[in-house]
Design a protein around this ligand. Structure first.
Ligand code: 5GP
Ligand code: ZN
Length: 113
């Protein structure tokens, strides 16, 4: 997707602070962190949102979660963390490339909204 900022980050056209990369997953620090650790984990393949996950592309989600476990260890999140995906307008998704937020490094609020 030519106009997608996360595709541009994956290609290196927009700079990012990379924390993890493999053949199908890229992870980088959120530009506006909401917690001491705030990382975005994305599939390299452009998938717009959770609604567009299907039988043909869903393997990338398993790879993302395998990456999340590695990243959590790498970041020292031994007390736990939260994984969030915002989807669509009601979910307040602002970037239309599937991404999972890892939030941690402090006690997070119980309220999920
Ligand atoms: P959403 O609201 O779509 O779930 O989350 C998008 C996230 O992407 C936001 O937390 C926002 O701070 C982050 N973000 C938006 N543009 C950039 C960028 O250019 N670089 C980085 N590192 N994060 C970004
Ligand atoms: Zn994209």
């Amino acid at each position: 997707m030519d106009d997608c900022i996360f595709c541009k980050i994956i290609k290196g056209e927009i700079p990012s602070t990379k924390v993890y990369e493999d053949a199908s997953v890229y992870a980088f620090r959120d530009i506006h962190p909401m917690a001491p650790v705030h990382i975005l984990v994305v599939p390299k393949e452009h998938i717009a949102c959770a609604d567009d996950i299907n039988d043909d592309n869903c393997v990338c989600v398993a790879r993302i979660f395998a990456a999340i476990a590695k990243i959590a260890k790498q970041e020292g999140l031994t007390n736990g963390y939260r994984v969030i995906n915002n989807c669509g307008r009601d979910g307040c998704q602002s970037v239309k490339h599937l991404h999972f937020h890892i939030l941690g490094g402090k006690q997070l609020p119980e309220n999920m909204g």
